[in-house]
Design a protein around this ligand. Structure first.
Ligand code: PHB
Length: 348
């Protein structure tokens, strides 16, 4: 019977256990959107996880949606992340970087020259984002032209190369939580015509082209993907999530990815949204690689799902095991060490 403490090889990455630290936005980047010394300490403290998925990091200046999130496009950012990966590796851990483009979940004050955010659509999201003035409604986006897509894919490719240069063991393509890739996937947002709109195959094209470019650049064995079929967050569900994500996973299968990471239910909320059944096992059956599940896992449910083969890895982003410190929610998005690196360990 598989347990949380069994090692596993995922693509090119050898993990000492199946406990994964989920990617978590903490808004501690220093000037230039660089991961600084505090972030080095934060990840070093957590390196006993089998795998750390480092927080979502923008692939370009246009990809940013919140204040003080780290990037992976400048030499200074690569150097900052290099300190993080060195510390995690010295502590015996493994770490991949989540590659992020927020699409329309942004604000002009966060973007170069006050530009409008870009998306599959020019419809504004019913959402807010965190800026220097606190939480504000997101700005109205501009729909990307088809001839801008190759440049976008190039940004992902370069970000993946930069992540490897920074010492990461791999990358996770953020295809979840209603950010840019999901703004293309879902017919509740994507109102385009042409090669990237309309049919499921067309809406999935951006994700698949990003994966072609990234896996060609750094290898499929160092590339994972995250999906969230039933998360509403900043956009309604697709009209047929089972068909859409079934198609996506079927197309991901032949890539030979390191893993697929699936959020069950509503991200950060209930695992079983009322009246919204989804057959995750149907997706699992079509995917030959390592299968990572996430969302609200207790220790017991994690043990159970590994034992019955429902998952190969479990990602945790909430307290889940021994009596843990009380979460300081008001310290999540920005600030210093308080509520970030000053939580006492169990032994302490
Ligand atoms: C957030 O900042 O609230 C956030 C970031 C990335 C996610 C989800 C939520 O994937």
């Amino acid at each position: 019977m598989t347990t949380l403490f069994d090692p596993i090889q995922i693509g090119d990455i050898a993990l000492s256990n199946r406990i994964v630290m989920a990617p978590l936005t903490r808004n501690r980047a220093i000037a230039g959107n660089v991961a600084g010394p505090l972030t080095v300490e934060y990840y070093r403290q957590r390196a006993t996880a089998g795998l750390i998925i480092a927080e979502a990091s923008q692939i370009s200046p246009m990809a940013q949606g919140y204040l003080d999130t780290p990037g992976i496009y400048s030499p200074e950012q690569i150097a900052g992340w290099r300190q993080v990966t060195n510390a995690v590796h010295a502590a015996g851990g493994k770490i991949v970087l989540q590659l992020w483009h927020v699409g329309r979940i942004s604000h002009t004050s966060l973007l170069p020259d006050g530009a409008a955010p870009v998306s599959s659509t020019d419809k504004v999201a019913n959402a807010s984002t965190f800026t220097k003035d606190g939480f504000v409604p997101v700005s109205t986006p501009r729909a990307l032209r088809d001839d801008e897509i190759p440049g976008l894919i190039e940004d992902y490719r370069r970000a993946a190369r930069n992540a490897i240069e920074a010492g990461f063991d791999g990358v996770e393509i953020h295809g979840a939580n209603t950010y840019l890739i999901e703004q293309f996937l879902r017919d509740s947002v994507n109102d385009r015509s042409g090669p990237y709109g309309g049919s499921i195959a067309n809406r999935a094209r951006l994700l698949l082209e990003v994966l072609e470019a990234v896996t060609k650049e750094i290898g499929a064995g160092r590339t994972g993907v995250r999906l969230s079929p039933m998360t509403t967050f900043t956009a309604p569900l697709d009209s047929d999530p089972q068909a859409l994500y079934g198609y996506v996973v079927e197309k991901l299968a032949p890539f030979g990815l390191a893993y697929l990471h699936v959020i069950e239910g509503e991200t950060g909320g209930t695992r079983t949204p009322e009246g919204k059944a989804f057959d995750y096992e149907a997706l699992h059956r079509t995917f030959p690689g390592a299968w990572m599940l996430n969302n609200g896992y207790s220790r017991e449910l994690a043990i159970e799902n590994l034992a019955v083969g429902k998952a190969d890895l479990i990602a945790f982003g909430r307290p889940y095991n021994l009596p843990l410190n009380e979460l300081q929610a008001d310290k999540l998005y920005g600030g210093g060490a308080e509520g970030y690196t000053d939580y006492p360990t169990l032994a302490a």
